[in-house]
Write a protein that binds this ligand. Structure first.
Ligand SMILES: [Zn+2]
Length: 226
């Protein structure tokens, strides 16, 4: 009985880890960093577009000559199509982050997951005229049903190696400190359009990284390498 419990709990712990850690690689081989760029970085912004923050982020990126990836959700794309157009026109990459970003997304049937991704892709592609090829699962959760949908659409699944914890920290100084503590060459940095603090520290983050000898790589180039 004890042995059974130990095996059961260990198995359960493995499944929880494999699903919740996008870098585990158990269900999906997600791209979480790129060793081909020992001094290179990739900035990613999730959960947008946001009516005020996203345009502000775009201006900061433009001023600094940095290109990033925006993992957008279909519900927000429907509300702010002109911002999605602007993201694309400024040369940034748009990635799929589901339609609803529902808390139950990981529990959906595989065909529901697939149709959420297809719906978001269709709206984005209609707005930008460009095909989406990358995907970040909501909450970074992966499982066989999400893997099925990503494979079906031929998506590159993108994780991260630096989690800013911006949705929890909220304060710009604390977010900046957290990211700078963790950052090294080859990293993919996870930020959110929805967090004001991340917008406020963005200019400082870019400048500090460059002072430290790091550079921001064009997203398609960064994601196509190993
Ligand atoms: Zn998200």
């Amino acid at each position: 009985m004890l042995l059974f419990s130990v095996i059961f709990i260990t198995g359960l712990a493995f499944i929880v880890w494999a699903s919740s850690d996008i870098g585990s690689g158990v269900f999906i081989k997600a791209k979480c960093k790129n060793a081909e760029f020992p001094k290179g970085l990739l900035l990613t912004f999730d959960d947008g577009p946001h009516p005020e923050n996203t345009p502000e982020i775009l201006d900061i990126l433009e001023k600094n000559g940095v290109k990033a990836v925006f993992f957008v959700t279909g519900t927000e794309v429907e509300k702010y199509p002109e911002i999605v157009k602007k993201i694309s026109e400024r040369g940034h990459l748009i990635g799929n982050h589901s339609f609803s970003h529902s808390n139950f997304f990981p529990f959906f049937f595989k065909n529901t997951i697939l149709s959420e991704l297809q719906r978001t892709a269709e709206i984005c592609e209609k707005i930008t005229g460009k095909k989406i090829f990358c995907f970040r699962p909501p909450f970074g959760v992966t499982n066989p049903r999400i893997a099925y949908a990503a494979k079906k659409l031929n998506y590159v699944t993108v994780g991260w190696s630096v989690r800013s914890k911006d949705t929890v920290l909220k304060d710009s100084g604390m977010i900046l400190k957290k990211v700078l503590e963790l950052i090294k060459g080859g990293d993919i940095i996870l930020l959110h359009d929805t967090v004001d603090g991340s917008v406020k520290m963005l200019d400082k983050l870019i400048n500090q990284c460059r002072t430290d000898g790091l550079e921001f790589i064009e997203p398609v180039k960064f994601l196509s390498g190993e």
